[in-house]
Design a protein. Structure first.
Length: 155
């Protein structure tokens, strides 16, 4: 098949260029739905402070004691916190076939199955979603709260 040095060089160059191009296109596709508009409410100081609190291992204690920040304590829904830290990575953009948050048409068939089926799908994992949605240390109650939060975006 390869009979000349010129053909060998072309094949070697393509062996690097083609996979690199494919990888860059996939990364571009995945990140194209992510838009961090500095003027949006998600980028406000309060929203950023709220996300920073969630990242702390014992954020619920710190929030209750108002030690995380100097501003007034922000009430954090455990389901929303788990969604913001784990679930939204796939569900906000619909990555790997994950149903997009807030998309009524995609969620309607899942809603017909009932909440308990949805809870079990997340706890056990389904398709490309790992068990517990990847939040291995989340309790069953936290998982249910995150699912309930996602469902609340449909109304």
């Amino acid at each position: 098949m390869i009979s000349t040095p010129k053909q060998l060089v072309i094949v070697v160059l393509l062996a690097f260029a083609v996979p690199l191009t494919v990888i860059l296109l996939v990364v571009q596709f995945i990140t194209s739905g992510i838009n961090a508009d500095p003027d949006s409410s998600a980028m406000s100081e309060a929203a950023i402070a709220k996300r920073m609190q969630v990242l702390n291992a014992d954020s619920s204690t710190q929030i209750a004691n108002n030690q995380a920040i100097d501003s007034p304590a922000i009430a954090v829904d455990p389901g929303e916190s788990l969604y913001n830290t784990v679930c939204q990575a796939c569900h906000a953009a619909g990555i790997a076939g994950a149903p997009k948050t807030g998309d009524q048409s995609v969620w309607s068939a899942r809603l017909d199955l009932g909440n308990n089926v949805l809870y079990q799908s997340v706890i056990k994992g389904k398709n490309l979603m790992p068990a517990r949605g990847g939040a291995t240390n989340a309790s069953d109650d936290d998982i249910r709260a995150a699912v309930d939060f996602m469902l609340s975006t449909l109304q």
